[in-house]
Design a binder for this molecule. Sequence first.
Ligand code: BGC
Length: 419
Amino acid sequence: MFKKMLLGAAMVGAALIGLQPAARAAESVEVLHWWTSGGEAAGLAVLKKTLGDQGVEWKDAPVAGGGGSGAMTTLKARMTAGNPPSASQMLGFAIQDWADAGALADLTPIATANHWDTAIPKAIQKFATFDGKWIAAPVNVHSTNWIWVSKAAMDKIGGPAPTTYDELIALMDKAKAAGIIPLAQGGQAWQEATLFDSIVLTTGGPGLYQKALIDLDPAALASPEMHTAFTRLAKIASYADKNFPGRDWNLATAMVIKGDALLQVMGDWAKGEFINAKKVPGTDFLCFRFPGTQGTVTFNADQFVFFKHGSSPLDAGSTKMATDIESPAFQSAFNVIKGSAPARTDVSDAAFDACGKKGMADLKEAVAKGTLLGSSAQGYGVPPAIQNAMADVITKEFEGQITADQAFAEFPKAIAAAK
Ligand code: BGC
């Protein structure tokens, strides 16, 4: 159904493209993305400048919202109206859906010339290629199983750094007793789903995570460990302040930056906010893997896809953008600011701060051990319809609309209905 809709949209798009010949100058790119926070804008500025230096004009098409569901809704509307942008930020299974619909330009000649196949981890290539062709340019590897901790709050309550779920709870209890908000949480379904990824991982390890949140194995979904994960979600929700509903993720990060809250559970785009606020890891803030998940990396790689415009090959601006994104120099400059690791594994970590170096080392270890797992909350575990169905149940529990027992029972049903 989803694919049919996309295919229809792409065909309408292709049919209407001929009606707008003057819309796209050769040396410009119109880029749809959801990088609207301070840290994200700083990262995007690196890309804009790289292209601007080569005379490629940047036409900005931002749509806020982590995970990109808002951006994807806008994209579908634009495709249906026959008005595709040059390129769009995109994640995981959505890339495969648009490739399947025949809407994406072939980047293989650029990829071959620049050795993307040897530089980019296979777990990412799986999503960046379709039918043996490269159809997306991975710009980074974010990972989602992190906690971002205020150093001032930690000093006040006296640590220690938590390495297990129980230690995390003990630490949040200490913060509460000291009058510090234990958990800086944003109230949007994708943020709570991102938290839940880590809870499942710490509760049942990479085995349960893979079986329940990626393979959707009914026995794993009905397991006692998943019940524990939902119970823990309710417990962790009790540490958020009462103003969390609707809060944007970067405003939650700001609570940690100011020391009003102890910690945030969030992908390493949160680090972009600390860096943008001129905060230093180890001095102002601390980065730890979500307690109990060291050794596994749940990833979310931002990629850019380029849309076919009639039968013409990729235009000059888009060709420059796809090429630049994968250059080692750009990958370093961009990811130092964005908070992510480079998508290329042959980029030096010299320019990265302590958290960045840790992220890169963890990624390397996870690739070697086979514990680099797609984030289900971020479109790398399951297709978008199932991702959204999961997030709906998780957020209802987090907001207290349903109990942990009810969420545990509803989760497999919501997944089945979305399949
Ligand atoms: C993207 C990140 C972005 C975050 C919040 C995620 O889906 O992968 O690049 O910073 O959303 O907007």
